[in-house]
Design a protein around this ligand. Structure first.
Ligand code: NDP
Length: 254
């Protein structure tokens, strides 16, 4: 399937040192892409690079706190120095944000989740877009949203808000960049067991399983194929869209 071949392409995956980001990176490497991952934790970066190198591709990791625009700028510069181009960008890094009722949420916590789940995507996309347009190169921008951007996730309004906001960004950029042959899409996972979700209360996990048509959680290997599809020319006529991978959670009658 030549359409899925990513040979000659360079992909950037933020939060690529673990969880869903590492699953994306694994799929991309298997499809032949060179991959740069960004994350804060140097040890996790090192381990992820080792596992990706074992698959036999050119990969590199950069330490970056995505909430700091200066670090995003310098990591992008370092990535360009290493690979010379970025054709595909997965804006995936993110976190859960404040839990509890909105009126009890501090400004600091609220701004923190906006910075991590929304502003970091903008900081990263701006660098990638400018470089794609300058190179007159086709491109793929993919953000990890969540089904929390569709359903009302009470007591996690910051998370729900930011995951919905990136869907608006996806649609706006799809229009803005279509004539530049840059496609912009979003992936909305349901519950996948990762460092982020592992401490979810058992009652919430049970509710998720009740709504899952298959009666199971999603697994990381199930994230690889969709990443390759959205990164490759197989998805060239698809833009501004949201792909939901949730085992049917959002269509379940309850
Ligand atoms: P993980 O906690 O396993 O991964 C989060 C990643 O983001 C890590 O690589 C982490 O690296 C990185 N990261 C976090 N904060 C920063 C920061 N400030 N700067 C740079 N990197 C950062 O969680 P998931 O894999 O589950 O989450 C990935 C994405 O998927 C998130 O956007 C999440 O909202 C989304 N998602 C997850 C779901 C799930 O069920 N797991 C469901 C729906 C969406 P490091 O620790 O080195 O900083």
């Amino acid at each position: 399937m030549e359409q899925f071949n990513l040979k000659g392409k360079v992909a950037l995956v933020t939060g690529g040192n673990g969880g869903i980001g590492l699953a994306y990176a694994t799929g991309l490497v298997k499809a032949g892409a060179k991959v740069a991952i960004w994350g804060r934790n140097m040890e996790k970066n090192k381990d992820a690079i080792q596992s990706l190198k074992d698959l036999g591709s050119e990969v590199a990791a950069f330490v970056c706190d995505l909430t700091d625009i200066n670090q995003v700028d310098s990591s992008f510069e370092a990535t360009m120095k290493e690979f010379g181009q970025v054709d595909i960008c997965f804006a995936n890094a993110g976190g859960g944000g404040p839990k509890g009722m909105l009126h009890k949420t501090s400004d600091e916590d609220w701004n923190g989740i906006l910075n991590l789940n929304l502003n970091s995507v903008v900081y990263t996309y701006r660098k990638v877009i400018a470089q794609l347009i300058e190179r007159k190169a086709p491109g793929k921008l993919i953000v990890t949203s969540s089904i929390a951007g569709l359903i009302g996730m009470g007591y996690a309004s910051g998370y729900s808000t930011t995951k919905a906001a990136v869907l608006g960004l996806t649609r706006a950029l799809a229009v803005e960049l279509g004539r530049n042959n840059i496609q912009v899409n979003a992936i909305l996972p349901g519950y996948i067991e990762t460092e982020l979700s592992i401490n979810t209360p058992p009652s919430f996990k049970e509710a998720v399983l009740r709504r899952s048509c298959s009666g199971t959680f999603g697994t990381l290997d199930q994230m690889e194929g969709v990443a390759v599809f959205l990164a490759s020319s197989a998805s060239d006529f698809m833009t501004g869209q949201s792909i939901i991978l949730d085992g049917g959670h959002t269509i379940h009658p309850g």
